[in-house]
Design a protein around this ligand. Structure first.
Ligand code: HEM
Length: 528
């Protein structure tokens, strides 16, 4: 504001001054422009690009984390986008910076690691317990939900509440029946298909219905349509799209007055719809007096004292749960089924295990605890196709710190390229081979945990901000995959084979949705 007024004032004064000619006006402008360009080039010349150069020169420090310079002003914006995890891995390789790479996105300073030891140091450090907040996340109210809330009392309270009432083993067990019902509805719908069909829509819908039941207490049939499900699906899809976009104004503040990508206006259209939808559900819960088993809305409404949430905070938290729990699970199941269609020998081994452990009845979650090959298949899919290859949402350094021997200043954004780690031949033997056997524990060895203790494969992140829904997510995926494989043999569609190309939105999905055919393995009448 001050700068704008200052410059207007200078021009007003200049226009009054008769001694000023074109030359005397434009010469200073040219000098200022050249000086600005020279500074931009000096910043850009620093390893890691312009944001790192600006910081280093201003602070007169000389840490040089290796990394690409990118382009003046915008830095390495070209590395982001639909295959950012591939491009960032290639950049780290070419700069010999797999342990730690510095790069810039406009004015944003970032570090990235493709190394499990450095990833552990970074994710488990209390310094990286914050998240950089995007404009779209603010606009969509996520700054008041767990994922983007600042590290502090409010965030801790939300995690405790969600941990106790949604994600604890007892609550996950309580929701088993609802998962079984949805699994059997999926089986019925898939079983009625005569020709090749796409799996994505139905799995997404099942996942949405599952979250709607746990969070809102709403139960819907998979094969019947309801305006509530349709509306929520639209809201979630639009939110996913908006949060998954690289918003240039997050990194180039001089673009802030423009809304070139229309992200701001789309957020402004979405938020009232979310408020109306979730607000209505909260109001209905308040008005209800009937006895029924409590859902997560009831839990939030029952909070008292310091834990009590305002209505708008409740909306943010509930909206986030639906949002987070829906796509990740569906994306992972689609990848599992794609791998099953592609590797018929591995699919047969899963069928053999199901025949041995379960026999001819429907699968229960207790059966999964007795299986080792099916969970190994899911782990191998998480290794080759982590739904969040860059661990979805980055971390932010709260204070200055040291990572892998380098000084990292406060305010630096940190990313872990889990996709690169899980494909690194120095970390995994034959990493490009799909081989679930690597996760079958041999000779009394402890089972490999994917829940965040071993950074060679931590698809749910690690440390303070590790995914709180990891057990729920994994239980749902194992349960549904087991049921779908128990009931069907999964075959390629007539028209097209399986294409493993990826596209990174908020999660990393199959770029070409999977289409398949199924052949029932047992009589449909015995599914219940
Ligand atoms: C296959 C399923 C899932 C995958 C792969 C996954 C992955 C992730 C990852 C990578 C993170 C970031 C962790 C970090 O920064 O270290 C995360 C955070 C989060 N996830 Fe998940 N997730 C899954 C399922 C779920 C489910 C079912 C829910 C809830 C219903 C959920 C809720 C959250 C929340 C609230 C956060 C933010 C945590 C925080 O910032 O404190 N996730 N998830």
């Amino acid at each position: 504001m001050t700068t704008e007024i200052d410059s207007l004032w200078i021009f007003a004064l200049a226009s009054k001054c008769k001694s000023l000619t074109h030359e005397t006006i434009f010469l200073p402008i040219l000098i200022i422009a050249l000086a600005w360009l020279a500074m931009a080039l000096i910043y850009w010349a620093h390893s890691g690009g312009p944001a790192w150069g600006k910081y280093m020169l201003r602070k007169a420090t000389s840490t040089k984390i290796p990394g690409p310079r990118g382009l003046p002003l915008i830095g390495s914006m070209n590395l982001m986008g639909s295959l950012a995890h591939h491009r960032l891995a290639a950049a780290a390789e070419s700069c010999d910076a797999k342990r730690l790479m510095a790069f810039s996105l406009g004015d944003t300073r970032l570090i990235l690691t493709c190394n499990p030891e450095v990833a552990k140091e970074l994710l488990n450090s209390s310094v990286f317990a914050d998240r950089p907040i995007k404009e779209s996340a603010y606009s969509l109210m996520f700054n008041r939900a767990i994922g983007f809330a600042n590290y502090g009392v409010y965030w801790r309270t939300l995690r405790r509440i969600a941990g106790t009432h949604l994600f604890c083993p007892k609550q996950i067990k309580v929701a088993e029946m609802q998962r079984q019902v949805l699994a059997s509805q999926m089986v019925t719908v898939f079983g009625n298909k005569q020709e090749s069909f796409g799996v994505r829509e139905l799995i997404k819908r099942a996942s949405l219905n599952n979250m709607m039941c746990s969070v809102f207490g709403r139960k819907y049939e998979l094969n019947s349509s309801s305006w509530e499900v349709e509306e929520l699906k639209e809201l979630v899809d639009e939110g996913y799209d908006l949060l998954g976009l690289l918003n240039w104004t997050d990194h180039l503040p001089w673009l802030a007055n423009f809304d070139l990508q229309k992200i701001r206006s789309r957020c402004s259209n979405l938020v009232p719809r979310v408020n109306k939808f979730v607000g209505k559900i909260i109001a209905e819960h308040r008005a209800e007096s009937a006895e029924r088993s409590p859902d997560f809305v009831d839990v939030l409404l029952s909070l008292q004292g310091a834990d009590k949430l305002s209505d708008s905070d409740m909306i943010s938290v509930l909206w986030e749960m639906i949002f987070r729990g829906t796509d990740t699970v569906a994306v992972l199941i689609e990848w599992v089924l794609a791998r099953m269609v592609l590797h018929t020998d591995i699919q047969s081994k899963v069928h053999d295990e199901l025949d041995r452990v379960v026999g001819s009845r429907a699968v229960t979650e207790a059966d999964i605890a007795a299986m080792e090959y099916l969970p190994a298949v899911v782990k191998e899919v998480l290794r080759m196709h982590p739904p969040g290859p860059l661990l979805s949402w980055a971390r932010l350094a709260i204070t200055d710190t040291t990572i892998d021997g380098y000084h990292v200043p406060a305010g630096t954004t940190a990313m872990v390229n889990m996709w690169a780690i899980t494909r690194d031949p120095e970390v995994w033997e034959n990493p490009l081979e799909f081989n679930p056997e690597r996760f079958v524990a041999k000779d009394e060895k402890v089972e490999f945990s994917v829940l965040g203790s071993d950074l060679r494969l931590a698809p749910f992140g690690s440390g303070r901000r590790v995914c709180p829904g990891k057990n729920l997510g994994l239980t749902t995926v194992n349960c549904w995959v087991a049921s779908l494989l128990q009931e069907f043999e999964w075959l390629p569609s007539d028209q097209k084979g399986v294409d493993l190309s990826e596209v990174l939105k908020l999660s990393c999905e199959m770029a070409n949705p999977l289409t398949v055919q199924v052949r029932p393995r047992r009589m449909m009448s015995t599914t219940q």
